[in-house]
Design a binder for this molecule. Structure first.
Ligand code: CA
Length: 509
């Protein structure tokens, strides 16, 4: 009798266990919200990402704490700001000994898996299975590392990461346990090599130019004019596909050349100069970027289809986001790093049948800092030994944003000297204003976001805003105290790189 009761209890516990929701976290690298049709893109369509948004929620104000690849990933894993988790710049190495949300999920009986981009130097910890790209990883034929070692897989990386995720969902996992799967794409990171299916997509159209494409950086501090990330001067021959890619198989290269050689021939014959040349570079860059996004969207479609067919869709929370936003020619730029809106905001859409009302649009200030606690809350994990610094989005998902939800947000970028020469800065964003401190050059910017949504004219020195500056500085100090931000005393040894003259821009990345 006792044995029967025990077995019955175990069986019931097992049922409850199995019913906990699965978490599918699809994540890209450098996908700006301007390149998602659910966010109103005027340049491309993303029907599958849009589907997640229309069956769930789209967040209009998802901010990152530090707009760059590795640091964003470390924030997500730990639920802590960069200065606490120790990964402040891409040069750092992630300390995998520390508390992360996958480890806490594992303890609660979740199966955890990651396929794709990791980019934190140390090996993944907290995963039952992992297979990751080495560093950035290439777009074609990526070597992938797992506990068994490193093996090259032939094909297009975005397809391969999806294949690995689907194989694990179908055959690899323990179907008696709930899962948390991180499907992490390299795309659409530089240098934007499209997949074989999309090499000629958009050939016959001209992409529209952003309003701020010809920005002259007047109205802001020295920081904005001394960067090295312009479409005009800082794209390499590899970025522009004027060189052949190096690691393609001969069949892949044949397909590639069939697409690019005629386009490159026409470009060379046109001998474009000045603005016409810059426009050509913009068209080439944006189209390649959006071609990479098209493959991401196709592959999200494959996963959503499998969730439908397998019946998993009903009990799986699907989340799509990117490690930060991106410039698709806004301010004349590519890349990220700034606290300006395009790179400070990142896309976030989520679907959770029965919990998130389809078609929801949310404007609360949410962040990648909140993801860890959100995943733990979804899984019913209450024990978080070391406090995290975000908040669970579950009540926000359910349409019950707490009264005391944050009304401002702290940002801090550290990687200077570094690629693209963006000065270190921290700042505060409220609904109406953004105050930024480029502290190594002792310069401040204040933007009135309602009057100047493109952030072209700092009103920091305008007397009319003196009171606003004072109160924002007080709020900023409070946030720095709340998050325990130390003074950044690391020396700035190197002067900012001058933008390279046009003649030298070829060949090197
Ligand atoms: Ca990134």
């Amino acid at each position: 009798m006792k044995l029967y009761t025990l077995l019955l209890t175990l069986a019931l516990a097992g049922t409850a266990f199995a019913k906990r929701p699965n978490i599918l976290f699809i994540f890209t690298d450098d996908h700006g919200y301007q390149a998602i049709s659910a966010y109103g893109s005027n340049r491309n369509k993303t029907p599958n990402i849009d589907r997640i948004a229309s069956e769930g929620v789209r967040f209009e104000n998802c901010f990152v704490t530090n707009s760059i690849c590795g640091p964003s990933r470390a924030v997500i894993l730990t639920g802590k700001h960069s200065h606490i988790n120790g990964f402040m710049t891409n040069g750092n190495r992630f300390n995998g000994e520390q508390q992360t949300f996958p480890k806490l999920l594992q303890k609660k009986g979740y199966q955890t898996a990651i396929f794709g981009k990791w980019h934190l130097k140390s090996d993944p910890t907290g995963f039952d299975i992992w297979k990751v790209l080495l560093g950035q990883g290439p777009y074609y034929n990526p070597p992938m590392k797992s506990v068994e070692g490193t093996k090259k897989i032939e094909g297009y990386t975005t397809d391969i990461i999806t294949d690995l995720s689907l194989e694990w969902l179908k055959e690899g996992r323990d179907k008696d346990k709930p899962f948390m799967l991180m499907c992490q794409h390299k795309a659409p990171h530089r240098n934007w090599q499209p997949g074989p299916d999309h090499l000629n997509l958009y050939d016959d159209i001209e992409m529209p130019y952003p309003e701020t494409f010809w920005d002259d950086y007047k109205g802001r501090t020295i920081a904005a004019s001394t960067q090295a990330m312009t479409v005009a001067n800082h794209l390499s021959a590899n970025d522009l596909k004027l060189n052949q890619p190096r690691n393609l198989t001969s069949a892949q290269l044949q397909t590639w050349n069939a697409a690019y050689e005629p386009k490159n021939k026409a470009f060379k014959e046109a001998k474009l100069e000045g603005k016409e040349r810059i426009k050509w570079q913009y068209q080439r860059y944006v189209k390649d970027y959006l071609r990479c996004v098209a493959s991401v969207d196709d592959n999200i479609g494959r996963i959503l289809k499998y969730l439908d067919q397998s019946g998993l869709a009903e009990n799986t929370v699907v989340i799509y986001s990117s490690d930060q936003g991106w410039y698709l020619g806004e301010h004349g730029w590519y890349d990220k790093r700034w606290m300006y809106e395009e790179s400070f905001k990142t896309p976030l859409v989520a679907r959770w049948p029965g919990k998130i009302k389809p078609g929801t649009v949310n404007r609360d200030f949410v962040s990648n800092l909140d993801f860890a606690q959100t995943f733990l809350d979804i899984a019913g994990v209450k024990e978080i030994p070391e406090p995290m610094q975000g908040r669970s989005l579950v009540p926000v998902f359910e349409g019950n944003t707490p009264e005391d939800w944050r009304k401002n947000f702290y940002y801090h970028y550290y990687e200077f000297p570094g690629a693209h020469s963006v000065r270190r800065h921290y700042g505060i964003r409220t609904e109406k204003y953004k105050l930024i401190h480029f502290y190594n050059v002792k310069a401040w910017e204040l933007f009135d976001l309602q009057k100047d949504p493109n952030e072209l004219n700092s009103v920091y020195a305008d007397e009319k805003y003196a009171g606003t500056v004072k109160s924002l500085k007080e709020e900023l100090t409070k946030l720095r105290t709340l998050y325990k931000v130390p003074e950044d005393t690391r020396p700035v040894k190197r002067a900012p790189k001058k933008p390279r003259p046009k003649k030298q821009q070829n060949n090197k990345k």
